[in-house]
Design a protein around this ligand. Structure first.
Ligand code: SF4
Length: 215
């Protein structure tokens, strides 16, 4: 990356970090996945009951392996009844997830099909740790909405073979429309749209990673 692009990226990261702090969403910057892994480990205590949302980022950073290390009681929906996990997650110590987008204005934007992930982010687990790569940074909520419809949902649909229009079209049928515009399929991934704009107590923490991670 040339010097100008590097400087511009650095300013974008700093703007985002400052804006998150202003909205009382504590954020740390981890230059690499390895740094993110250490940061997350430092935010959890051995013996904690932990849970997570479905996210590629946690795998890519090695955080899912940490969750499986035996140091924690991991409510793993890949090994347990998912419905049981969703219910128990509300009383977990820590919930880990990524974000669909983080705005330079300090907001988190997340879209869910079932709603269990955004529900746990909003309320329940004592601590929420959001791990997100710099590719998730957008200018504002409008860009966040567009990001999900064009960048996040289509590859996610392909990965999971959801059979949604975005899987074949490569973009959402509701592109250019309002936030909640989309398809009418039973496998629709976009049903619940949540903007986190401020928090009164520091429950949600962000680890912003200086790499491109997830969708
Ligand atoms: S609303 Fe449907 S078509 Fe649009 S991104 Fe979501 S799943 Fe894909």
């Amino acid at each position: 990356m040339d010097k100008n692009k590097q400087a511009s990226l650095q300013m974008k990261i700093e703007r985002t970090m400052r804006a998150l702090a202003k909205n009382k969403i504590p954020a740390v910057y981890a230059p690499t996945s390895q740094d993110a892994l250490k940061a997350v480990e430092g935010m959890m205590r051995e013996g904690d009951t932990i849970s997570c949302g479905g996210t590629v980022t946690l795998r890519e950073t090695g955080i899912r392996d940490l969750m499986l290390s035996g140091k924690y009681t991991f409510l793993d929906r890949e090994a347990m009844d998912p419905e049981e996990v969703y219910q128990k997650t509300f009383s977990a110590d820590v919930f880990l997830t990524s974000a669909n987008a983080i705005t330079e204005e300090g907001q988190l934007y997340n879209v869910d099909g079932r709603g269990n992930r955004v529900a746990a982010m909003i309320y329940g687990p004592k601590k929420v740790i959001v791990v997100a790569g710099i590719n998730k940074i957008v200018r504002n909520v409008d860009e966040a909405i567009l990001r999900v419809k064009t960048t996040a949902a289509p590859p996610n649909a392909m990965r999971q073979n959801m059979g949604t229009p975005c899987q074949t079209l490569g973009t959402c049928v509701g592109c250019g429309g309002p936030m909640a515009s989309g398809c009418s399929t039973d496998t629709r991934m976009c049903c619940h749209y949540v903007v986190t704009g401020y928090q009164k107590t520091p429950r949600i923490h962000v680890v912003l990673v200086g790499e491109e991670l997830g969708y």
